[in-house]
Design a binder for this molecule. Structure first.
Ligand SMILES: [Zn+2]
Length: 268
């Protein structure tokens, strides 16, 4: 039923953007045609890319801690000010809601790895912090919001991986070398994104001839602004719900990302 609805939505968009002739083709065929012709594909992804790997969108985890420390949203807890004011509560939330060490790349991640290997995909720009694109094997990944796989001591700079964070039993993890607080390398609300990651992401998007935007409502700034750097031919949107980018997209697929990406063939 869900699929039927998705197909109807896609058909609607195709009718709108392509007219009668191209309606003869399926939406998935159109995506294949676009990918066959592209020389510089860039993928811009959000939380929807990882849901099939069992990682929920944390924004859906509302009302946590409501009895203990007020009615706080995940966005408030994952903010820079909350981290400094209530580090123990921050880490309790972070460890229980943001870390999924068992999660594996899904079919969409694996297809993107194939596309990078075939030198079609030039870069992945992601809002996700789960590290699943790197786990799938991709190298050219721009993690706008950082990654849970890296942590660093705020005093001496020593780096620690995810396993270290998982094994640590302190309410607030401290550096074994100097005693400083160890902070996850994720961009909290109120913090700026890494300058070099942003520059790399903008460069890749600006040089792309095709941009696939998937699994994001584009509601979180400044990530949505990255799309304005795109000057290429084909903007493809794959998302269950409508996005602000639908209007200017060449192809809109209101379908399941994993299913759509799975259907793509990689011709070298
Ligand atoms: Zn240290």
């Amino acid at each position: 039923m869900e699929n039927e609805k998705g197909k109807a939505g896609a058909a609607f968009c195709l009718r709108r953007y392509y007219g009668r002739v191209k309606m003869m083709q399926g939406a998935d065929d159109m995506l294949q045609e676009i990918i066959n012709k592209t020389k510089r594909l860039v993928f811009f992804g959000g939380a929807g890319v990882s849901t099939a790997s069992g990682i929920p969108d944390f924004r859906s985890a509302k009302g946590l801690y409501s009895e203990r420390i007020g009615d706080l949203t995940p966005e408030m807890i994952l903010s820079s000010s909350f981290f400094y004011l209530h580090p123990a509560q921050f880490f309790a939330f972070y460890r229980s809601h943001m870390l999924f060490p068992e999660a594996q790349p899904n079919a969409a991640h694996r297809k993107l790895y194939e596309l990078e290997k075939a030198d079609i995909l030039r870069g992945i720009v992601t809002q996700n912090i789960d590290g699943l694109h790197r786990k799938a094997g991709n190298i050219r990944v721009y993690e706008l919001h950082g990654t849970v796989h890296e942590n660093y001591c705020m005093d001496c700079g020593e780096k620690y991986d995810l396993n270290w964070m998982l094994a640590n039993r302190e309410d607030i993890p401290h550096c074994p070398h100097c005693g400083g607080v160890v902070k996850p390398n994720v961009v909290l609300y109120g913090e700026g994104m890494d300058k070099y990651v942003c520059m790399g992401a903008c460069r890749e998007i600006g040089n792309a001839d095709t941009l696939i935007v998937a699994g994001t409502s584009l509601s979180v700034e400044p990530a949505a602004s990255f799309l304005s750097y795109f000057r290429g031919k084909n903007l493809v949107v794959i998302n269950r719900e409508r996005t602000p980018a639908d209007e200017k997209a060449t192809l809109v697929l209101h379908e399941d990302i994993e299913e759509v990406m799975q259907s793509v063939s990689v011709h070298v």
